[in-house]
Design a binder for this molecule. Structure first.
Ligand SMILES: *[C@@H]1O[C@H](CO)[C@@H](O)[C@H](O)[C@H]1NC(C)=O
Ligand SMILES: *[C@@H]1O[C@H](CO)[C@@H](O)[C@H](O)[C@H]1NC(C)=O
Ligand SMILES: *[C@@H]1O[C@H](CO)[C@@H](O)[C@H](O)[C@H]1NC(C)=O
Ligand SMILES: *[C@@H]1O[C@H](CO)[C@@H](O)[C@H](O)[C@H]1NC(C)=O
Ligand SMILES: *[C@@H]1O[C@H](CO)[C@@H](O)[C@H](O)[C@H]1NC(C)=O
Ligand SMILES: *[C@@H]1O[C@H](CO)[C@@H](O)[C@H](O)[C@H]1NC(C)=O
Length: 312
């Protein structure tokens, strides 16, 4: 009896200490409760739309897509999220992030832990109405270590009535494993005898690369400059910024600035702040684990079948 009371009070304590911001549940029965105004595509059409997007994300098609500034594959109000980084709103920002990022890496071969995607295979695909849930395995040319590595990219996408992506939620599977593998492969390239030493050397090399971009695109105007000199930039990024884990591509890390470095040439006035000490609104430690998981970026029901985006 005593034991039962102890167990029960423990259970009650545990239950009531759980976070309370549980997302609202949708009840899907026979579809009667769903809004039927969403565009309705056939399975084959959705496969085609999905394939068109990923085709343009591979070398060399991302180059023209980046040059278009506002990709016609994306809705003007596109809501995009990649779990390892942040959220991107609108066609222009998403074009820079999805296509421009790789176009720049391809052109500059900047020191980076990520390479450029060259081909892919769709390995999982489910679709209904205007929503798809898929996985691709893309082959990345990780030129900095001279290797081609597979990366699984899982996504949910929703298409508007023009077949453009109006919302996507991408998760890169096993990303820390990818990074650790690349760091291990970098050992002979940077003359390191352990992965930890390789990461330290990569940290310095990546900092130099980011700072060269700063000198080239940000240092010529008071509106965009972040560091007084290139040496001060290297000192800050190599000495006072943490490298970052795979999930910290949107936090106050070197990895985050290494991502945003590749968007700077498109709009220095917007992106220079992201590689600065302050990190702009992209490379800052302003969210917790709980906030990340439960954040309300997509409109409620975005990836449920047959629902239009509801605006608050
Ligand atoms: C369904 O969605 C449309 C477009 O967003 C909206 O105008 C309409 O009010 C919605 N209907 C219901 C029953 O929610
Ligand atoms: C995607 O690329 C593949 C391979 O080049 C091609 O067979 C297919 O038709 C393309 N699909 C679309 C929708 O662009
Ligand atoms: C891209 O879209 C943005 C936002 O709608 C617009 O301000 C900008 O002029 C567009 N740029 C081009 C080149 O179409
Ligand atoms: C762009 O990437 C492709 C595929 O990895 C590569 O063959 C090509 O040489 C790269 N271009 C430049 C300018 O680096
Ligand atoms: C590694 O060592 C080789 C041979 O000593 C040298 O040529 C190369 O520049 C070194 N690389 C780095 C990144 O230190
Ligand atoms: C600074 O240089 C970059 C790269 O050449 C250029 O895009 C930008 O317009 C320049 N800014 C100013 C204010 O001159």
């Amino acid at each position: 009896m005593m034991l039962l009371v102890v167990v029960l009070s423990w259970l009650i304590a545990v239950t009531f200490s759980l976070p309370v911001n549980t997302p609202k549940q949708h009840v899907i029965t026979n579809g009667a409760d769903l809004n039927d105004t969403a565009p309705s595509y056939t399975f084959a059409q959705l496969y085609q739309l999905h394939t068109r997007f990923w085709n343009h994300s591979m070398y060399p098609l991302y180059i023209d897509e980046a040059a278009s500034i506002n990709s016609t594959l994306l809705s003007p109000t596109c809501h995009g999220r990649v779990d390892a980084t942040r959220n991107y709103l609108g066609a222009e920002l998403n074009t820079e992030y999805l296509f421009g990022y790789f176009a720049t890496l391809n052109a500059t071969h900047a020191m980076s832990l990520i390479g450029v995607p060259i081909r892919y295979q769709t390995v999982k695909f489910a679709a209904n109405r205007n929503v798809v849930s898929t996985a691709i395995i893309a082959q990345f040319d990780v030129y900095s270590v001279g290797a081609v590595l597979p990366v699984e990219i899982d996504s949910w996408m929703r298409f508007d009535e023009d077949g453009k992506i109006e919302a996507y939620d991408i998760a890169i599977k096993y990303l820390q494993f990818t990074f650790d593998t690349i760091i291990a492969l970098a050992q002979p390239v940077v003359n390191a005898s352990t992965p930890a030493e390789a990461q330290r050397k990569l940290h310095t090399l990546i900092a130099h690369s980011i700072c060269e971009t700063h000198t080239k695109y940000c240092a010529n105007s008071t509106a965009t400059i972040q560091y007084p000199t290139e040496a001060a930039c290297v000192e800050y990024l190599a000495g006072r910024t943490r490298f970052g884990m795979a999930y910290e591509g949107g936090m106050d890390t070197l990895l985050c600035r290494s991502v945003h470095q590749n968007m700077i040439s498109f709009r220095p006035e917007l992106h220079c702040a992201h590689i600065g000490p302050g990190g702009g609104d992209m490379c800052v430690d302003d969210y917790t684990y709980d906030k990340k998981v439960t954040e309300k970026f997509f409109e409620e029901g975005s990836f449920l079948p047959g629902q239009e985006e509801k605006t608050d």
